[in-house]
Ligand binder design. Structure first.
Ligand code: FAD
Ligand code: THG
Length: 813
């Protein structure tokens, strides 16, 4: 971590950046601006067209993105490059961006993207075909149904933009060395100590790999897996277009996207540049990347023929010209499409900034510079964290296949609940065979198959009165989820909790480590479970956990993913007094919840599980139908019940004995869809969705999980200093027939003031629920707001929370 880097040196450390593409140049600028001026940027190529992706990128910057983080990175990049020039040549052309729709589905998608832009503070407008044609003179208005226009989008000239930032860095003391190929990474005393190049050794305290699609090759020099797949992507330019004859400016029309055909366009004076994602994925192997010092592979015209045909339909003036030149340009795709940022855990001081588009380059560089210099980025970067993947997500097959799939889907209309479809199933719980027998419809997250609902329960939904959902909201949803939710509230249901990350923390230092890292007091008697937060040094929420004390020196932590284990590892003492073990894949778990849960459990165990003997938020080890089980009396769905954990080997038996015992109580298997609804009714936050490092406990409504009086812990002192301008508010939609899904903008008096985090239909309360970040003055219960849904305002009201069982009587009975 950043503090680790600083610990070693008093002054600014010596930094080597590998790669002088747009990312390396921008990083040098951001670091030197923060006083880290001993920066050396090395590139195997010439400066500043060094031969990487940045040398060939046409530089289109469309800022709108489902990821708030990426949208912010793009906004920052535009803001920074707008004012930069090299020898009078601007680095950014604010020509605007236009995305067009040729299908009704895309037109709806553009309305949804308009909402995303609004949520992230990017001004945008939906325009009709005539306006599309007015904005882009070559465009046939008859070919499109409409468009989304973002006036602040534009074009980055990536090479001058890199140079302009490099010059600023050089003015502050940075060095840029061309024709220096890094051939090795050196270490001393367990830290990075420099890099070997074909021109000699360069000492360094911090090394940042910004080597673009060569990242895996450079990472390998340091023993690090950099999970990205290099893929070639076609970019062609036409001969002069007669309709553009006399064009003086390099570009004047907006950059253009025709996503229904996987195409994008920009002008090059009187020529048009065409980028295509429509062709077959063209992976580039490691052997090939090592050979190439250039990201430009020969153009394969046969892969471009469909792109050309589609282009003629949209821009008929192209019929008067032809493709004059093209490349198969290489750049990086990660398994989830997000960048890779972070420090190598086995070689402190070695960092990566990889798989970054030109679009996000300056924003990424700023975040990484903050991370290095201040110890933490100011923007939430958990979606970009190098350590977000589990072991199965780091295989070459996973990286190659999911990376290629990202390429295929890059312009597709992707439903926010749609799971990835390739390389499945990858990880399954021991209950998987039963899930299949019960007709599970599965999603996938974190590499795990996760039942969304079970076909076997379909008949239970027959009599239920549910408002009709529109076509979009009906995808990845089923009325069966309503039946499963009802069964949980009225009888009892079994949920697969196996994918929940579980970390065993043991040893004489276990309690002290947890006390240092958590906000709540976890030094409680054996058998207690505590809900707590992990805070950053700035008081932002890094995660929320359950900590079950199973022994004096033994804790089971319920966590949110690999980043929590990574955080523990970073802070664990080096004296061996704490052992950390991820038990997720070796064990499994069932959430047994509902008013009849006790009846089911008691029938299978001799341990007294009455309320007096087994209280809410306590844990015990017991036998259930002959299976050794660690039982936690907690419930994310807000019902009486237990999480029951056992080894993977005994999982199937646990499922079967519970299933058999539950039949007389009306037990059902239930999936994530019901789960998501029930937890929102109870007001339970999901980390990474409802709150991130950018929010603190007061704003997130989680102050109850902070005990400043327990003694010092990470983030405690920062809490007093934080202002709380926003609140996570609970909204209910006024009309039960309306739904939202998350990330939509929220307006007060028509003015955008915030955005939805997560949303679901509340089957118990009979209307939709949406949690949203709002300015504190608009977060009082009773406030009327509207939420944009495909461009239409949906009325909603801030409500007192939780909506179900506010006294907590159901979980405590
Ligand atoms: P690079 O620019 O590749 O820089 C990495 C540098 O590292 C290279 O200069 C390389 O020489 C150097 N290097 C590698 N290994 C070593 C070593 N061992 N020693 C020393 N130096 C080394 N993005 C957009 O945002 N908008 C677009 O419109 C767009 N269009 C694109 C079109 C094409 C055809 C291509 C190929 C890419 C496009 N991209 C676009 C993606 C974008 O170009 C890249 O994501 C971005 O340029 C990556 O920048 P970078 O600095 O990380 O990598
Ligand atoms: N189960 C377990 N661990 C977990 C989760 C889980 N860790 C990650 C994530 N989910 C944590 N989220 C929550 C959110 C709320 C609650 C539990 C886990 C919860 N809250 C009670 C409440 O707010 O009323 C806490 C009351 C109390 O502090 O006593 O139950 O699902 N194992």
């Amino acid at each position: 971590m950043g503090v680790g880097s600083q610990r070693v040196h008093r002054g600014a450390p010596r930094v080597v950046v590998i790669g002088a593409g747009i990312v390396g140049c921008s990083l040098a600028e951001e670091l030197t601006a923060r006083g880290w001026t001993d920066v050396t940027v090395l590139d195997q190529g010439p400066l500043f067209a060094a031969g990487g992706s940045s040398s060939h990128a046409p530089g289109l910057v469309f800022q709108t993105n489902p990821s708030k983080t990426l949208a912010e990175f793009a906004r920052y990049t535009v803001g920074k490059l707008r004012d930069l020039s090299v020898d009078g040549r601007p680095c950014f052309r604010p020509v605007g961006g236009l995305e067009v729709a040729t299908t009704p589905a895309r037109l709806a998608e553009l309305a949804r993207r308009h909402g995303l832009a609004t949520s992230w503070g990017i001004e945008a407008r939906l325009v009709d075909p005539a306006e599309c044609a007015r904005l882009h003179p070559l465009l046939d208005p008859g070919a499109v149904l409409g468009g989304l226009h973002v006036p602040s989008d534009g074009l980055v000239h990536a090479v001058p933009a890199g140079e302009a930032q490099a010059r600023r860095a050089i003015d502050r003391g940075a060095r840029f060395l061309s024709r220096h190929r890094v051939t090795g990474v050196a270490s001393a005393a367990g830290r990075v100590s420099g890099v070997h190049t074909d021109q000699g050794f360069v000492p360094a305290d911090v090394v940042v790999c910004a080597a673009g699609f060569w990242g895996p090759d450079v990472g390998a020099l340091a023993g690090l897996t950099v999970p990205l797949q290099p893929l070639a992507h076609q970019y062609a330019t036409t001969a002069p277009v007669p309709a553009l004859a006399g064009a003086v400016a390099e570009i004047s029309a907006p950059i253009l996207r025709h996503q229904d055909a996987d195409l994008y366009y920009r002008e090059h004076g009187d020529r048009i540049g065409i980028g295509s994602y429509g062709h077959r994925p063209m992976p580039v192997t490691a052997a090939e990347t090592e050979q190439h010092e250039n990201s430009c592979l020969p153009f394969t015209p046969e892969d471009f023929s469909d792109a050309w045909k589609q282009s003629l339909a949209l821009l008929p003036g192209l019929a008067e010209t032809e493709v004059a030149a093209g490349i198969n340009g290489v750049f990086s795709f990660t398994p989830d499409g997000m960048p890779l940022l972070g420090e190598h855990r086995d070689l402190p001081g070695f960092w990566v900034a990889e798989a970054v588009w030109v679009t996000h380059s300056a924003g990424v560089a700023k975040a990484l510079a903050e991370w290095l210099v201040e110890g933490q980025p100011r923007t939430d970067v958990h979606e970009c964290d190098l350590h977000r993947f589990t072991a199965v997500q780091l295989s070459p097959e996973y990286v190659a296949e999911r990376g290629a799939q990202q390429f295929v889907e890059v312009y597709d209309v992707v439903h926010p609940l749609a799971p990835p479809q390739v390389l499945r199933p990858l990880q399954v719980s021991p209950f998987h065979p039963r899930h299949i027998e019960l007709g599970a419809v599965c999603g996938e997250a974190g590499g795990w198959e996760r039942p969304l609902w079970f076909g076997a329960n379909a008949a239970l939904a027959d009599g239920l009165e549910l408002p009709a959902r529109d076509e979009w909201a009906a995808q990845w949803w089923s009325p069966t989820a309503a039946a499963e939710a009802a069964a949980t509230r009225e009888r009892v249901a079994m949920y697969d909790m196996t994918p929940l990350t579980r970390i065993e923390v043991t040893g004489p230092g276990a309690c002290a480590l947890l006390q240092q890292l958590t906000s709540n007091d976890v030094d409680r008697p054996v058998g207690r479970v505590v809900y707590t937060l992990l805070l950053g040094a700035d008081g932002g929420i890094r995660s929320d956990l359950t900590v079950a004390r199973l022994g004096e020196q033994r804790f089971q932590v319920g966590a949110n993913g690999p980043l929590d284990l990574d955080w523990f590892r970073q802070h664990a003492p080096e004296d061996g007094s704490v052992q950390l073990r991820d038990t997720t894949t070796g064990t499994c778990g069932i959430g047994l919840w509902g008013p009849r849960a006790r009846d089911v459990l008691q029938s299978l165990t001799r341990t007294d599980v009455s309320n007096g003997a087994f209280r809410y938020f306590t844990a015990r080890e017991l036998f259930v139908g002959g299976v050794p089980v660690t039982a936690l009396r907690v419930s994310y769905v807000g019902e009486l019940g237990w999480e029951l954990y056992t080894d993977a080997a005994t999982g199937l038996r646990l499922w079967d004995v519970l299933w058999a015992a539950g039949q007389e109580h009306g037990l059902v298997a239930a999936g994530r869809s019901a789960f998501g609804s029930l937890r929102l009714e109870k007001g339970y936050r999901a980390w990474g969705v409802d709150m991130t490092t950018e929010h603190d406990p007061v704003e997130a409504g989680l102050e109850f999980a902070v005990r400043p009086g327990k003694g010092d812990f990470v983030g405690r002192d920062a809490l007093d200093r934080r202002p709380h301008p926003r609140r996570l508010a609970c909204l209910t939609l006024d009309d039960p027939a309306t739904t939202v899904l998350g990330k939509e903008p929220v307006r007060v008096d028509g003015v955008p003031v915030g955005h939805v985090t997560s949303a679901a239909f509340g089957y118990t309360i009979g209307r939709s629920i949406a949690y949203a970040w709002l300015p504190a003055e608009h977060a009082e219960p009773g406030t009327a707001v509207t939420i944009d849904w495909f461009g239409q305002p949906v009325a909603a009201t801030v409500s007192a929370e939780p909506l179900v069982d506010p006294a907590g009587a159901k979980v405590r009975c």
